[in-house]
Design a protein around this ligand. Structure first.
Ligand code: MG
Length: 367
């Protein structure tokens, strides 16, 4: 039988006047919520989320369905509470939650149910492997998904704090959930973005792999975030699984094999066709998204142009030229020529134009 032990640390950080993060650590249910809104509204929203989650858990069988129903109800409560007072208007909160569930499926193997809304995160450290289990609902995550920026660029992006989903903002919310098998030795980390923004993923992974008890790890992660700047509130809940495994441990990177069943060949063809059509749609969308710089041609006086799409041809999707500037290759210092040759990318044509304008201003200043 799997059991859980945990450690918790939360801190206002070095800059913010108050701590608007909240957490729940009441085995087998754990959560982190990161509130937003003026006055003390963010604190109210995140505290409502975690306290209601705990209240609704009493006497209930915890599962992904329960998490979706309960978080949907909590969303409505926060939304109504925000509408009741001017000071709380617009308040919201993220939430990520983890619960050990009854082993009544998956051949009786123990599992955890996970839920997420917003950009608080759930990581898993298992047998030397470390990975993020939740998917952020944020502007920069959308850029990462489209392949426009890397995960490390997202971590320091100026718009990294824009969340695209939160509790309390609308009367309805979509809740993402997952089921993950759990084994003795697994370590789950739930955290607010105050940790993620200050500590590189490799450093979180390194600390998470240490043998210390979960409280030591939670304290160490929060202290590291503070040492690295502590510009936001920081909350970390570390949950360690221990006990007897009923199945053999599997590597963190492996997907769980589905149960063997005879499948209808027509159904397989329909699903394959559908997946191909959807894949082609997204490949096309991705190949046409974003902008990059290029020279008009190979001559020394070639203009700097803005192209739309991927700089490498993807299937039959070629980039198209949006516009060319009056900035020419022979006006540019080597470093900028190199950046154009490397097809420097932008999310919008306006951003690309702004970059060209900034280079032109810099060249005038240097004359
Ligand atoms: Mg935060």
């Amino acid at each position: 039988m799997i059991q859980l032990k945990h450690g918790v640390a939360t801190d206002t950080g070095n800059v913010r006047p108050q701590n608007e993060d909240s957490y729940l650590a009441s085995s087998p249910l754990f959560a982190v919520a990161d509130g937003m809104g003026g006055h003390n509204a963010g604190e109210v929203a995140s505290a409502l989320a975690t306290s209601l989650l705990h209240k609704h858990s009493v006497g209930n069988t915890l599962s992904t369905d329960w998490l979706v129903d309960t978080i949907t109800t909590i969303n409505r409560t926060i939304h109504e509470s925000a509408a009741e007072s001017i000071e709380r208007r617009g308040m919201g909160t993220t939430i990520c939650a983890l619960s050990l569930v009854e082993p009544n499926n998956n051949n009786g193997a123990p599992q955890v149910a996970l839920a997420n809304v917003g950009d608080s995160r759930i990581y898993l450290s298992r047998a030397g492997n470390f990975r993020q289990l939740s998917v952020d609902h944020s502007y920069v995550q959308e850029l990462v998904t489209q392949g426009l920026i890397s995960e490390e660029e997202a971590r320091v992006h100026p718009r990294r704090n824009i969340v695209t989903r939160a509790l309390g903002i609308d009367d309805r919310v979509a809740v993402d959930t997952w089921m993950v098998p759990v084994f003795p030795g697994d370590r789950f980390i739930l955290c607010s973005d105050g940790l993620v923004d200050e500590v590189p993923t490799a450093d979180i992974a390194e600390l998470a792999s240490q043998q210390d008890n979960p409280q030591v790890i939670a304290d160490a992660l929060v202290n590291l975030a503070k040492r690295n700047g502590g510009r936001d509130n920081i909350t970390v809940v570390v949950v360690d699984a221990y006990g007897d495994a009923t199945t053999e441990q599997e590597p963190v990177t492996a997907d769980q094999p589905p149960a063997k069943r005879a499948l209808n060949p027509w159904l397989i063809s329909a699903v394959v066709g559908f997946v191909l059509a959807v894949s082609l749609f997204f490949v096309g969308k991705n190949a046409r998204s974003g902008y990059f710089l290029d020279f008009e041609n190979s001559s020394p006086s070639a203009s700097v142009c803005i192209q739309r799409g991927s700089s490498n041809q993807v299937l039959w999707f070629s980039p198209t030229r949006e516009t060319c500037s009056d900035l020419s290759k022979n006006q540019l210092p080597k470093i900028y020529q190199q950046r154009v040759n490397e097809h420097l990318r932008f999310t919008s044509v306006i951003d690309a134009q702004r970059f060209i304008a900034a280079v032109k201003r810099a060249l005038v200043l240097n004359d």
